[in-house]
Design a protein around this ligand. Sequence first.
Ligand code: ADP
Length: 541
Amino acid sequence: MENFNILVVDDIALNITAVEAALDGPGINLITALSGNEALGALLDNKIDLVLLDVQMPDMDGFEVAELMRAKEATRSIPIIFITAISKEQQYVFKGYSLGAVDYLFKPVDPDVLRCKVNVFTRLHRQQTIIEEKVGELETANKELALYADARDRQLQIKDRFLSHVSHELRTPLTAIHQFVTIILDGLAGDINSEQRRYLEIVLKNAGQLKHMIGDLLDITREVSGKLTVRATRIFIEEVVAETLQTLEKISAEKLISLSAQIPSTLPAVYADAARLRQILTNLIENGIKFTGEKGEITLRAGFFAEDPAFIFLQVSDTGCGIEPEDKEAIFQRLYQSESTIENSRSGLGLGLHICKTLVERQGGRIWLTSKVGRGSSFFFTLPIYSVEGLLRPILKESRARGGDLIVITLEARVPEAIKNNENIDDILTEVFLIITRCIHPYEDEDFIMPRSQRLPYGEVFSIIASTNHKGAEAIKKRVTEKLRRAKGLQDFRLEVCATHKMLEPCSAGKDMRLEDFVKNRAAEIEKIINNEMAERRACS
Ligand code: ADP
């Protein structure tokens, strides 16, 4: 049974006796005080659950005792019931409540009422104390967790920095190994016999594997630090597939594995990063080669994605060992390697598929697989079809919500005659594109930079679509040209940057049109303006 400590404070001993008689019973332990001072002492010495406090007392009255109790953390929340014979006016009652009393009773007090009230308030107070204790424990636990999370984040950062540093450092000696072995293999350092050639080819192959793993490690650290870049442009997958197969022909031939591709020439351009697509395909095909026995087959297919007309799919199939159903999701996790393939996986880190997944998703697609153990696996991924409409949909939706103003800003970056033949021109113009992208990035759904188009003899033209008015367009032009003028990497090249803008003719039925029709209409207008701007500039150059 719970035991409650009740402090009864009254300067008249007879009153205390009356309260004692009323509250006499199991579970209640009465502590008495004949003055305010005595009461404060009792509060210090005992864990009190409730105070029954007489208002009128000589020296220190009940209100003063309550004030002193409220001033101290340890006694602040103990419930007080004031008991008075004379201070019955409302102002005293209010004062009592304002000092935190839970009740205000008048003498003579009905013993039953007193017992009930004491019962309720002591229990309430106990529960409140328990809740407060629990809240305190939770707060402490939360603080500890936050400290732990901070420490863990710091450790992860140190680990990632270390990984990134080590990977960079490993690359330099590896490049030297690769270069010198190639020099010997090419016969530039004198003749070598067939056995030496065979050994050096093994060295080269292993150096290649090491390079691949270091590349994966670097990509993972970039992913963690948010620096894994994907630069989508308008590309045709046929070219990328052909290049990739060419580089992998040798290692598939070593295992007598046939490597073929069926890419319909009718496939439209996609909006993707060619280098990243090559990386994804290389990874999937290399896995295929690794997990397929001699004389197996690896086939690459592509086509329109039946589930979503805005995408195409690519498929890499092998006739290898296959993947257990329970591993189908897990193998895309960082560092995961299936138990059943652990022998073959030795030359990998379990990062490749995770990187593939990240890269596919960053380009707007998704990746999955089907497999039959012992028969082979097919990895599928999708990429968005390049469409001005698809690219512009978010900003066109935004423009409609804002009343329809749309601007095409044309930025012309001219390369001065003196550096026209500089071999870094492409890098310089890429830097320009990146600066513009970063510049408009914070306003993602209001401004959009179109994918890069063909270069002109004198430089490149970039188009920004903005859901804004003339004033907004002026502000964007100023911001971008200023950023380009100040960019450290560009200052030596003295590019001439010229910005103009054109507002789209308002779409009269804009608000009443279906969103799809509105997007189609605006996208067509934008394409027309961009094409005209390009045509004019081509004619001038
Ligand atoms: P790793 O570098 O170890 O190959 P990946 O992330 O590329 O790392 O692959 C993770 C695991 O998925 C592999 O270790 C293997 O168990 C399984 N796996 C990947 N591709 C295939 C495949 N084509 N056939 C069978 N198992 C595969």
